[in-house]
Write a protein of this length. Structure first.
Length: 228
């Protein structure tokens, strides 16, 4: 699927806690096309004409399932670009999106006893799968999530509703209560034959990959969302 540019309008912004924003965007012309787990490039340059050299942009995971009229992203204010987003975006603002990118969840992998691991906002690419009809292809999935505190889990109600009728087994680690999300614990609760899908901060991806491979999990069964 070739990447396409979409002039888009901000239709809502929520700010659940300081420095974290969820933004919903609607295409001004044309329907968004992407697959679960893919990401986009967002550019703030309103003077861009859609034809010339692509302006400065940043990557964000797409949170919602394909087929919806809007695209939802979540970002934490951490650097110059996201600081500018915080300052300039408001309902009605226009931006440019370029998508789709990435093959995190579309790579061939075993969908029985699959293990999903996410740290913080690393849950966002998984959300586009968990709410999609293709998630029913996964048999007895295990889901492990890590957040700094219960207050940082802005997805709690969403998770409760999503898994009411699901066969998925979910465990949440809160850093201030349980410590950091524990890859040793996760491996011991699963198996070498499982596929491990991991999303989160770059250092977490590196450490978890090394640990799992060290435990004997084949490298092709450790898939990470490391596009940044």
């Amino acid at each position: 699927m070739l990447a396409k540019k979409y002039r888009s309008r901000v239709v809502s912004i929520s700010n659940p806690w300081a420095g974290l924003y969820t933004v919903q965007l609607a295409s001004i012309r044309g329907k968004f096309k992407y697959l679960p787990g893919q990401f986009l490039h967002l550019a703030l340059d309103e003077s861009y004409d859609g034809v010339g050299q692509w302006p400065n942009s940043r990557c964000f995971s797409i949170q919602n399932s394909p087929g919806e009229e809007i695209i939802r992203i979540t970002y934490a204010v951490k650097g110059k670009f996201t600081s500018e987003m915080e300052k300039s975006l408001s309902v009605g603002s226009t931006v440019w999106l370029k998508l789709p990118y990435g093959d995190f969840l579309t790579q061939p992998h075993n969908k029985t006893h699959t293990v999903f691991i996410a740290g913080g906002t690393g849950i966002t690419p998984f959300q586009s799968l968990f709410t999609h009809k293709s998630f029913s292809d996964y048999k007895k999935p295990k889901i492990y999530l890590g957040f700094k505190t219960p207050g940082h889990n802005v997805y709690e109600q969403y998770l409760l509703e999503m898994f009411e009728s699901s066969q998925a087994d979910i465990k949440i680690f809160y850093e201030n209560i349980d410590g950091l999300i524990d890859i040793d614990y996760i491996f011991n609760k699963n198996r070498k034959s499982s596929t491990y899908l991991i999303s989160g901060p770059p250092n977490m991806l590196k450490v978890f990959r090394q640990k799992l491979v060290g435990y004997g999990v084949p490298t092709e069964q450790v898939l990470t969302d490391d596009w940044e």
